[in-house]
Ligand binder design. Structure first.
Ligand code: ATP
Ligand code: MG
Length: 658
């Protein structure tokens, strides 16, 4: 394991892009990034107009580049332009790349591999689109998709896009309650699902969950079922239809519908780490452009690359960086049904070797869990094909960043810590592989066209100094932003536009260092105020993870008579360490030495696991409630997005007995 860096100011630590990455990359120096960035800010209309014509194929041109402002929340891009997203992701590549592999699928079992060319993708999407039309789906209708992470999910999304239906993908790990609330909110009469999913050698009863949901949601008319495992399922002859069989009867050509730039493309409910899920609505052209452009520049995507994002299509990361960005760019995109631990903790590295993957994109939660194992698990596989390693979802602790860089990338890859949200459609703060010098733990600098500002959380005052901290806001609209919350525009305004009038509020705390680099400190609701010191959870947790015993940490504040808030840390230990006085003392010392005496945790609770969303994010909201003994079901609120509900009960008992 690496030395940790006691008392080191991380912001002074700079790593230059490796030469082998800069060579041949689109944006190959920081000067070039700055030049283009300035152009995007100083002449946004020209900049975005040019990009929209470069990245997208239009049926008829747009008349205006943009309209609206953040205060009104009436944003539109590429007005009156007509295009079709599925045409952009498939048809236009057929002339030159008909036989290029569009999708590499790897199932839960490593020997289940399938390669799908652009032509095959086209045929499947056309058949499914025609099937949806035959079931009466019309432009603007919502279709719910509850599938495992397989190509069927990609066919379904693109088939909807082809006919102008609005898809609402529900992550395959969600249970019945979460499904019901989402299909009720979007009123989806058609559901696309599979018999079962497979993850880590276990089957997931997708159809069974849908049966229970449909029982409650009488408005559902048809359930299209893809055969994935061939497992036994209940059949409702009135509503159920085998997808593959029915698709065979459909004509393999379906004309793409001409969509307006601002017609809805999809709804996606956020993971819910902060409360009731919000159905964010993304539109056609601006979203697609932003996904494609960030995919090209942030992963430095080149034509012969084998690009892999191992997220799930049920999250925005899967939407933008498994499906829309890569396919719009004519890439080979990888989709993986399984987990990093199955059949063993080498799975990712084994896939990288077997498929000669060039870009690999995952989340800090996965990296931290793989760091627990011996580095042999990584090193026994050939990773020489890799050029770019991405991270998304949470702040990545410097310790995890360095492990990823040193052991996975062998110091030869660019690490891109990409900061963004479901709401932003694509990356907004991120390094560019060939250009941006990186600092472990910082998402670095804004993407093209993104104007950031830092405000004082209480007064809303603009922090003009380079080195400053506060809440992160955006000052101008950008093409990839969500346009509304489905059927709740006032909630959209209340959540994003009204907290700091004139700005888009991210909800995240941030600091900017002397070089203008951004460091996300976590959600503002999670910030802890100890004796007047504002502490980000990211900083405290990184200090704990720097301790050799600590695998993962979640820190929250709780009411404290003297300090205002006290610090409570929940910690999971690495293999070989146990819960005792010494371990706890060393953990406290680590934080004290790294950040300062005022930041020393008041209490540390050791736990076998932390409550996380299904997408792997720590739910500090739940931990806060548990810590303040507000742990009745009503007080805990919506738990439907929680991955392991038993963790919550364990912690409730432990906190009570402590
Ligand atoms: P909800 O909004 O429903 O509570 P969520 O915010 O977890 O859910 P997402 O849109 O998937 O849903 O996540 C976006 C958030 O994830 C960001 O606002 C930020 O807090 C965090 N995040 C994502 N990427 C990074 C990153 N690279 N560094 C730091 N934080 C990140
Ligand atoms: Mg959020």
């Amino acid at each position: 394991m690496m030395q940790n860096n006691m008392n080191v100011d991380e912001s002074l630590y700079i790593i230059q892009p490796p030469q082998r990455v800069s060579d041949g990359s689109y944006i190959n120096s920081i000067e070039k990034y700055k030049e283009l960035y300035n152009e995007s800010i100083n002449s946004p209309i020209t900049f975005w107009g040019e990009q929209a014509n470069k990245f997208l194929t239009w049926f008829s041109p747009f008349t205006d580049v943009s309209i609206g402002n953040l205060s009104q929340g009436d944003i539109g891009w590429f007005l009156n332009g007509k295009l079709n997203v599925s045409y952009n992701c498939i048809d236009r590549h057929l002339q030159e790349n008909r036989d290029k592999v569009a999708i590499i699928f790897e199932g839960d079992e490593p020997n289940r591999v399938q390669k799908i060319t652009y032509y095959e993708l086209y045929l499947q999407v056309c058949r499914l689109a025609n099937l949806l039309l035959s079931l009466g789906v019309k432009k603007g209708d919502t279709v719910a998709i509850y599938l495992p992470n397989t190509p069927d999910a990609i066919y379904s999304m693109l088939a909807c896009a082809r006919i102008g239906a609005v898809h609402s993908v529900i992550f395959g790990g969600f249970g019945v309650e979460a499904i019901i609330s989402r299909i009720e909110d979007s009123h989806s009469k058609i559901i696309i699902t599979a018999d079962e999913g497979m993850r880590g050698g276990r089957s997931i009863p997708l159809k069974k969950n849908i049966d229970s949901a449909v029982y409650h949601c009488k408005f559902v008319e048809k359930v299209l079922v893809f055969k994935n495992t061939g497992g036994n399922i209940q059949w409702n002859a009135e509503k159920d239809l085998w997808a593959q069989e029915a698709m065979q009867e459909q004509r393999p050509y379906c004309p793409p519908v001409q969509m307006d730039s601002e017609d809805p493309l999809f709804l996606l409910y956020t993971s819910g780490s902060t409360g009731k899920p919000k159905g964010l609505l993304h539109t056609q052209a601006g979203y697609l452009l932003y996904a494609a452009m960030t995919h090209r520049y942030v992963f430095d995507y080149r034509d012969s690359d084998i690009y892999a994002c191992v997220a799930d299509v049920g999250w925005i990361t899967g939407h933008s960086y498994i499906v829309y960005g890569p396919l719009c760019n004519g890439a080979t995109t990888f989709i993986f049904e399984g987990t990093p631990m199955y059949p063993n903790a080498s799975r990712y590295w084994d896939m990288i070797e077997r498929h000669r993957i060039t870009q690999f994109y995952t989340a800090p939660t996965a990296i931290r869990s793989l760091m627990k194992f011996s580095v042999d698990m990584v090193e026994k596989h050939d990773r020489s094909s890799l050029r770019v390693l991405g991270s998304v979802g949470e702040p990545i602790n410097p310790e995890a960043w360095r492990w990823y860089n040193q052991y996975v990338g062998q110091g030869q890859c660019a690490i891109v810590d990409t900061y963004w949200q479901t709401e932003t459609g694509g990356h907004i703060i991120t390094p560019l592989p060939g250009a941006t010098p990186t600092k472990p733990g910082s998402a670095t600098l804004p993407f093209f066209g993104i104007q950031l500002a830092i405000l004082d959380p209480q007064t809303g005052q603009l922090q003009e100094e380079t080195k400053s901290e506060g809440v992160l806001v955006l000052t101008q609209p950008w093409p990839g932003m969500a346009r509304t919350i489905y059927k709740s525009h006032s909630r959209y305004l209340d959540t994003y536009m009204r907290p700091y009038p004139g700005y888009y509020f991210t909800g995240d705390g941030v600091s900017r260092d002397q070089d203008g680099y951004y460091w996300i400190s976590g959600r503002v609701d999670d910030v802890i105020n100890v004796s007047g010191h504002r502490l980000g959870t990211a900083e405290l947790e990184s200090a704990l993870v720097g301790c050799s015993s600590c695998a993962e940490a979640a820190v929250i504040g709780y009411p404290h008579d003297i300090k205002g808030q006290g610090i409570l840390a929940f910690v999971t230990l690495k293999h070989g360490y146990q819960e005792d006085e010494q371990t706890i003392t060393l953990l406290k010392m680590e934080v004290r030495n790294t950040i300062g005496a005022f930041a020393t945790p008041d209490r540390i609770i050791i736990t076998p696991s932390l409550p996380k969303t299904r997408s792997g994010k720590i739910m500090r909201r739940i931990l806060r409630k548990i810590a303040s003994n507000e742990s009745s079901p009503e007080q805990l609120g919506d738990l439907s997005t929680l991955a392991e509900p038993e963790t919550v009960q364990y912690l409730i008992n432990k906190v009570k007995s402590n």
